[in-house]
Design a protein around this ligand. Structure first.
Ligand SMILES: [Zn+2]
Ligand SMILES: [Zn+2]
Length: 270
């Protein structure tokens, strides 16, 4: 394997049915269901395994009214990743659906943007409206990891390993970072919530939970610059990801897909 070429997986762990109007700032005229999928991602290459985001557990699914399909640990195990041996976790941002399951990676160092930690522990959290996507226990768990010497902070664009870089996008959450990965098909960008759905970055629309509308929209340009094509941008919550990419194995349909493999031409973005 070339020293900077990686396999990339999207692992769906949860689901939530909601109306299209709930997915866009200023709503949507179509009175249809537009569900969200919840993913974590895994990057596997010559420098080890890098897990992107940690999802939430069953208790949080119940608390937030989401449907847990398969626990995150089970998804990782299905592609031969033992969570308790993972050494690097990249946290895109500190919303509850991206940084739960605090104890399943006991050996990992956590990669996080300075700005996101400052945001989640500072004066903005005095506002109930801004706190909505955050959970106290998640933020406290990350603070504990800081004091345990297990958090590696990043400021803007930084390399995590050859072929893997993080990029602060902001917008949806103040210190949100996306992850760019070199693969056999070129540079894939795990946007995470820099674009929840394909429609957000292809149509210039905005998810309602947003720290900065302007930074969100500018972020779509950054995603396009970082990715080799529109087909190399992977949104954070779009169930279409499971249709566009091939399953990572015979029994993994609608659960785990390979993002380093070209999506089917019928689905190519324009
Ligand atoms: Zn989010
Ligand atoms: Zn999210």
């Amino acid at each position: 394997m070339s020293p900077d070429i990686h396999e990339v997986y999207a692992i769906r762990y949860a689901h939530h049915d909601r109306m299209a109007s709930e997915n866009y700032l200023h709503g949507d005229p179509h009175d249809i269901l537009q569900p969200l999928a919840y993913f974590v991602w895994a990057i596997v290459g010559p420098h080890g395994t890098f897990v992107v985001d940690t999802g939430f557990d069953r208790a949080m699914a119940d608390r937030r009214g989401r449907t847990l399909l398969r626990p995150v640990v089970e998804g990782l195990k299905a592609i031969n990743i033992a969570a308790d041996r993972v050494e690097h976790v990249i946290v895109t941002h500190l919303h509850y659906d991206h940084c739960g399951n605090h104890d399943i990676f006991p050996r990992a160092r956590y990669h996080l943007q300075d700005v996101e930690m400052a945001y989640a522990t500072g004066r903005c959290m005095c506002h109930a409206e801004i706190r909505i996507p955050f959970e106290t226990d998640d933020v406290v768990a990350m603070v504990r990891k800081v004091f345990d010497g297990r958090v590696e902070f990043h400021d803007g664009t930084e390399q995590i390993a050859p072929g893997i870089t993080v990029h602060r996008i902001g917008g949806h959450s103040k210190g949100l970072q996306s992850v760019r990965v070199k693969t056999q098909r070129g540079h894939v960008v795990i946007a995470s919530d820099a674009s929840h759905l394909y429609a957000h970055f292809t149509e210039g629309r905005v998810f309602p939970i947003t720290y900065s509308v302007a930074d969100t929209l500018e972020g779509y340009s950054t995603l396009r610059k970082l990715a080799d094509s529109l087909d190399h941008i992977v949104p954070g919550h779009d169930p279409q990801v499971l249709e566009r990419y091939p399953a990572a194995g015979p029994s993994l349909d609608q659960w785990i897909v390979r993002l380093d493999v070209q999506p089917t031409a019928a689905h190519a973005l324009t």
